[in-house]
Design a protein around this ligand. Structure first.
Ligand code: TRP
Ligand code: SF4
Length: 329
């Protein structure tokens, strides 16, 4: 038996290259070593986007298509939809009974995201409870490890505290304390070198066509002090160099660095070369994406089957929880 890991992604729109290299790429590797549960955290997207739910289904579908096109394999991993497993909500409720509000208020992302999204009213019960719901997601599957990014460490820490409190109150090893599974991932800045984010309008999406990617890369700002073709440039301040390091083989990176510093190549040459390697990487994904997008029914079928499987574990855990809390009558 392989150890179980679990991770989810909020469904707030199509995935970009930052999401891919920051999480999805790692999930794809982990599929072979672990019993993986990956889910669409659609309830979590409501914690910030509760006022606009029109696209929930579309976002879930697009995310599933992105996952599958990139190489998440439903034969290896269990894929499911959070809101289809009502047991998450029951466990969230029960855990909320014993979780001090101060534990939730001190999670750094609470204040950070509230400040970041200051145009929305996030002084809600649901948003405060974000890591509480995340705890329910994790412990309901007895997941020992949770692949997440740095920003989520505090959430897993809260989960551990809640589990300890639960096990202390109800006297037993009823729930399992999860551990974060941190993996080094490459930083993928947006086209303007800020963090890649929808709100900055600087994203390259997995679903972008080849032409769309070319249209984004070709006009991108490079080293701003390289005004003329004959001026030498500095790759260290250039987004094209950041991307070369992700997609191009070492000798091509070397070629671009040397060429840039000596003005032997122009930015157009450098960008065209990058696009060759980005296309080699992304064209097969785009091809699979196009196929999947033709039959969304099949995609939802995969989610349905995965959800049925996941539900079995969630139900068994809830039996244990109700038993421990003397809630079975
Ligand atoms: N909070 C996670 C994120 O924003 C998404 C998430 C929800 C999650 N529930 C989870 C991740 C459970 C891991 C485990 O990326
Ligand atoms: Fe950037 Fe390449 Fe132009 Fe140098 S040559 S500034 S690395 S695009």
């Amino acid at each position: 038996m392989k150890p179980r890991i679990l991770s989810g992604m909020r469904s707030t729109g199509k995935l970009h290259l930052g999401n891919f290299h920051g999480a999805l790429e790692n999930w794809i590797k982990l599929q072979n070593e672990y019993d993986c549960f990956f889910f669409v955290a659609d309830w979590h997207s409501l914690t910030t986007d509760y006022a606009n739910t029109a696209n929930l289904k579309l976002f879930a579908e697009e995310m599933l298509i992105d996952w599958l096109a990139c190489g998440i394999d439903p034969k290896k991993a269990t894929l499911f939809i959070q809101s289809w497993i009502l047991e998450h909500a029951e466990l969230h409720l029960l855990l909320s009974m014993m979780t001090p509000i101060s534990w939730l208020e001190r999670v750094p992302s609470y204040k950070d995201i509230k400040a970041e999204l200051s145009d929305r009213d996030l002084s809600t019960y649901g948003f405060l409870g974000y890591p509480m719901l995340q705890t329910a997601d994790i412990v309901i599957y007895d997941a020992k490890k949770v692949p997440v990014g740095e920003d989520q460490i505090a959430h897993i820490e809260l989960s551990r505290e809640v589990v300890r409190r639960f096990n202390f109150l109800y006297k037993g090893e009823i729930l399992i304390e999860p551990q974060p599974l941190l993996t080094k991932t490459p930083k993928v800045p947006g086209l303007d070198r800020r963090k890649m984010s929808k709100s900055y309008n600087n994203c390259i999406y997995i679903s972008d066509t080849k032409e769309e990617v070319h249209k984004k890369i070709m006009p991108a700002v490079t080293d701003p002090s390289r005004k003329r073709r004959t001026d030498p440039g500095n790759p260290d301040v250039c987004i094209i160099h950041d991307y070369h390091r992700i997609y191009s083989p070492p000798e091509v990176v070397e070629w671009s660095v040397q060429g840039c510093r000596t003005a032997a190549i122009g930015c157009v040459d450098c960008k065209k070369k990058l696009l060759e390697y980005m296309d080699i990487f992304w064209e097969p994904v785009r091809e699979r994406r196009r196929e999947l997008a033709k039959s969304p029914k099949k995609v939802w079928e995969i989610a349905k089957e995965g959800t049925e499987d996941a539900k079995k574990t969630a139900k068994a855990t809830m039996e244990r929880v109700r038993e421990a809390m003397k809630l079975r009558y």
